[in-house]
Ligand binder design. Structure first.
Ligand code: SF4
Length: 373
């Protein structure tokens, strides 16, 4: 579910979201529920409220929205995992308690960095102290499934700083940690500032050092590195995202949300007024749609699946992609070439990244996208 409102727009973010001041949030929530009423299946296994910053909604808005969603889907009884993205400025103990009461059991808190000056540079509207306060508040409210989001390799960051910050974050004992390398996305202020020379990109060597540091420290703290950028205590992987990395079907609801069911991928219209207008006038929000052929689906299954430590089962990948017996399988050929280069290895019938391949996951994964060409 894509709830597109944030307290302010972060300078590195290319998700579709807008600053909430002056927006018709109630109208948007009604339109999203309308889309859910038309599309959402009964009894979902996982629900993810993202966007956007769902924790920014008022108590009344959250109640109305989540009660409505439960009437439509029955998620409170069926879902094994219900997550919401939260930011420190809008998460206190009563909000966390309310979310739990309304059926949200997993909270993901955007710390991003433990540098106040970098938070300001990122355009975020909370302090480092606010991040720790929000985490403690969620725990005090009784949330037992907490993720912390971090960004690394930002301008000016040093390895020493990162080690210190990781020590403080891991000492909190969250069940899950996501640590993403900063990317300079097109049409963001950060990309513009990079192009103007106002910001420097971290060097590749430093990026690798920071990546290895988070792996090492997360493992030492008892988390498993189940995905390239994601770490969890046993039993606390994000199932919603694991399904996505296994190239399972998913339904996105809300402005700009993307769905992939069977061979069809579709995306919703982005704008706030465009989304509500289209829902009202046409009863759907679809803006674009594409049909993926079997080679494209096979390539994507490998591209996504290799991000997971469990890797890819070639036979399952063929089934997921609806690859018929007898069709030449280009992925196996690519996998063999990468295995010969020491980037992939076979284990129990699955293919996964070697320790040398792990930091090169993006590059290795992209090789498989050639399947569709
Ligand atoms: S809070 Fe999250 S979704 Fe909102 S602008 Fe910042 S990074 Fe983007």
């Amino acid at each position: 579910m894509h709830l597109p409102f944030c307290a302010a727009k972060c300078h590195y973010c290319d998700f579709f979201s807008v600053a909430s001041a002056g927006q018709d949030i109630d109208g948007m929530l009604a339109a999203i529920l309308d889309e859910a009423r038309r599309l959402a299946p009964r009894d979902p296994r996982t629900v993810f409220l993202g966007g956007g910053t769902p924790s920014l909604l008022s108590a009344d808005q959250l109640r109305l929205f989540l009660d409505g969603l439960d009437q439509i889907t029955g998620f409170r009884a069926s879902a094994e995992e219900v997550s919401a993205e939260c930011n420190p400025e809008s998460l206190d103990r009563s909000k966390a308690q309310l979310l739990l009461e309304l059926g949200v059991r997993r909270l993901s808190i955007g710390f991003q960095t433990l540098s106040d000056s970098m938070l300001a540079e990122f355009g975020r509207v909370h302090s480092v102290d606010d991040s720790f306060r929000a985490f403690d508040a969620a725990r005090a409210a009784g949330v037992r499934d907490l993720n912390i989001d971090l960004i690394y390799a930002y301008p000016g960051q040093t390895a020493e700083q990162w080690e210190r910050d990781l020590g403080r974050v891991l000492a909190l004992g969250s069940e899950h940690l996501s640590a993403y390398n900063l990317t300079f996305e097109e049409e963001t202020p950060f990309k513009r500032w990079l192009d103007q020379g106002r910001l420097d990109r971290a060097g590749e060597e430093l990026e690798l050092e920071l990546f290895e540091a988070v792996r090492r420290r997360a493992l030492a703290a008892g988390l498993e590195a189940y995905e390239i950028s994601n770490y969890a205590r046993p039993g606390h992987r994000c199932m919603h995202n694991v399904n996505y990395w296994r190239n399972g079907p998913y339904l996105g609801i809300g402005p700009s949300a993307v769905s992939r069911v069977g061979p069809v991928r579709r995306g919703n219209v982005k704008g706030i007024s465009g989304y509500t207008r289209q829902m009202r006038d046409r009863g759907h929000a679809v803006h674009w749609e594409e049909r993926l052929d079997a080679p494209a689906r096979l390539g994507e299954t490998w591209w996504l699946g290799l991000r997971l430590a469990e890797g890819v089962d070639p036979q399952r990948a063929r089934q997921t992609a609806n690859f018929e017996d007898g069709m030449a399988d280009p992925a196996t050929e690519i996998a063999e070439r990468l295995e010969a280069q020491g980037l992939l290895f076979k284990h129990n019938g699955r293919v996964a990244l070697t320790p040398r391949g792990v930091p090169l996951a993006d590059h290795v994964g992209r090789e498989f996208l050639a399947c569709s060409r």
